[in-house]
Design a protein around this ligand. Structure first.
Ligand code: PGA
Ligand code: ZN
Length: 428
């Protein structure tokens, strides 16, 4: 008996932070060790993402995942029984081959990723190692710079504002724990500013304050005011990161800013963003243009890429081949890494390896539909991306990740390092 060979694989339906069904998998090894993982779900998805298999039909808005659960408990469980779980690349390759389609359209990326992650957790449990150390070895000591949402917008807030994420990063913080503490202050002060404007003060899907603004730029002004109210120097201590998520409001080179009843072409949107970069302490912009506009993305990167980080999410969908294509035309200088965009840990890691070798930065990211699963925190540390995006500083499914990072920083003790301000220098 090999202790790290798979004895059984089991999936069940659980529920995510939007109250929607999702897939949880458990992998048991021959030595009895168990690993468990839950798959998240996006709302503003890239069209080239691997398929999240949903059942359609009248129940649960067509969002049930019983087919994906059935695939894990049937085909996948049978195929993986007896396989070595400690060969993550081999295991993931077996999942890719079993599915046999380019975008996991047969078994579902929610089925394959749940098993891919659960297997890693099982081996880590067997070795009595935290996941980041099993996957990353002794070098996995770099705590990521958190990108934390203060105002949520776009598809996560009923399109109340067009821009999806108004986030902060803390280049002046010395440690991960300090970055979280500073963020807590800014989040609290932003809440006070919102309350002062009126009684409505709820939160969006990822926990950011509900974006009750007249223009997109008003959110930026309020964010700077919140940073100052919290006692920090905008820019050097606490800076701004945006996820424009432009694929949500732009197609075929036309972009409609619904909040401002304005229509722009790619150059018009780029000029607007460049004005904001001049005026506000912005150090990172994600998806400034739509996924169908790689040429516009490249023009924007030429205009601004020497000044700040330009992140491809919908454009790159955590896929190594798309990272290489983007690099060939100079689009983006950083890749967002969401394991459920590809459907296995290994393929997501391959996107990061391709990106890193091309000089791109990397950010491991949650989805807007999340759970208590904290795997991505371990991935950010194991893969030494130096950056992690999880949503806001509220709601249990977000705080589970930030709090896991605190535990890891404490466990690493004097071995821990923190990405700090230098992380944004890479792209300058
Ligand atoms: P999603 O949004 O999880 O809804 O796709 C997150 C993002 O765009 O980064
Ligand atoms: Zn995004």
């Amino acid at each position: 008996m090999n202790p790290h060979h798979i004895r059984s694989v089991h999936a069940r339906r659980v529920w995510d932070s939007r109250g929607r069904p999702t897939v949880e998998a458990e992998v048991m090894l021959e030595d009895g060790a168990i690993g468990r993982a839950i798959v998240p779900a996006g709302a503003s998805k890239g069209t080239r993402e691997a398929l999240e298999l949903r059942d359609a039909g009248p129940r649960l808005g067509g969002l049930d995942v019983m087919q994906a659960v059935g695939h894990v408990n049937g085909e996948i469980a049978r195929a993986l029984a007896g396989r070595a779980a400690d060969d993550q690349a081999g295991l993931d390759q077996a999942l890719v081959e079993l599915d046999g389609t380019p975008a996991k359209t047969r078994l579902g990326a929610n089925a394959t990723l749940a098993v891919s992650m659960a297997a890693a957790h099982a081996v880590a449990a067997s070795l009595r190692l935290p996941l980041y150390q099993y996957l990353g070895g002794a070098d996995a000591c770099l705590l990521p710079m958190p990108q934390i949402q203060i105002f949520g917008g776009g598809a996560h807030a009923g399109r109340r504002v067009d821009i999806q994420d108004f986030m902060i990063v803390c280049p002046g913080a010395q440690r991960f724990a300090q970055a979280l503490e500073w963020t807590a202050e800014v989040y609290r002060c932003a809440g006070e500013l919102m309350q002062a404007r009126g009684p409505r003060c709820g939160v969006a899907d990822e926990g950011g304050w509900w974006p009750d603004f007249k223009t997109n730029e008003q959110a930026l002004e309020t964010l700077v005011a919140a940073i100052e109210r919290a006692g920090f120097v905008p820019g050097s201590e606490v800076a701004i990161a945006l996820d424009v998520a432009a694929s949500e409001f732009g197609h075929g080179g036309r972009y409609t800013l619904g909040l401002e009843s304005r229509e722009l072409d790619a150059d018009g949107l780029s000029e607007l963003l460049l004005r904001w970069i001049d005026k506000y302490p912005i150090v990172s912009i994600e998806d400034p243009l739509a996924e169908d506009d790689a040429a516009g993305f490249a023009r924007f990167t030429r205009a601004a890429g020497h000044r700040l980080q330009i992140v491809g999410d919908d454009l790159l969908v955590s896929q190594a081949s798309l990272v290489r294509e983007a690099a060939a035309i100079g689009a983006a200088n950083a890749v967002l890494l969401k394991p459920n965009q590809r459907g296995t840990l290994t393929e997501t890691l391959q996107a990061w390896q391709a990106a890193k070798s091309l000089g791109y930065a990397g950010i491991v990211s949650a989805r807007s539909g999340e759970t208590e699963d904290t795997t991505i925190v371990h991935l950010a540390i194991a893969w030494q991306t130096g950056q992690l995006k999880v949503g806001s500083f509220a709601r249990g499914e977000r705080m589970a990740k930030w709090n896991e990072g605190l535990r890891i920083e404490e466990r690493l003790g004097s071995h821990a390092s923190f990405a700090g301000a230098g992380i944004f220098g890479r792209s300058r």
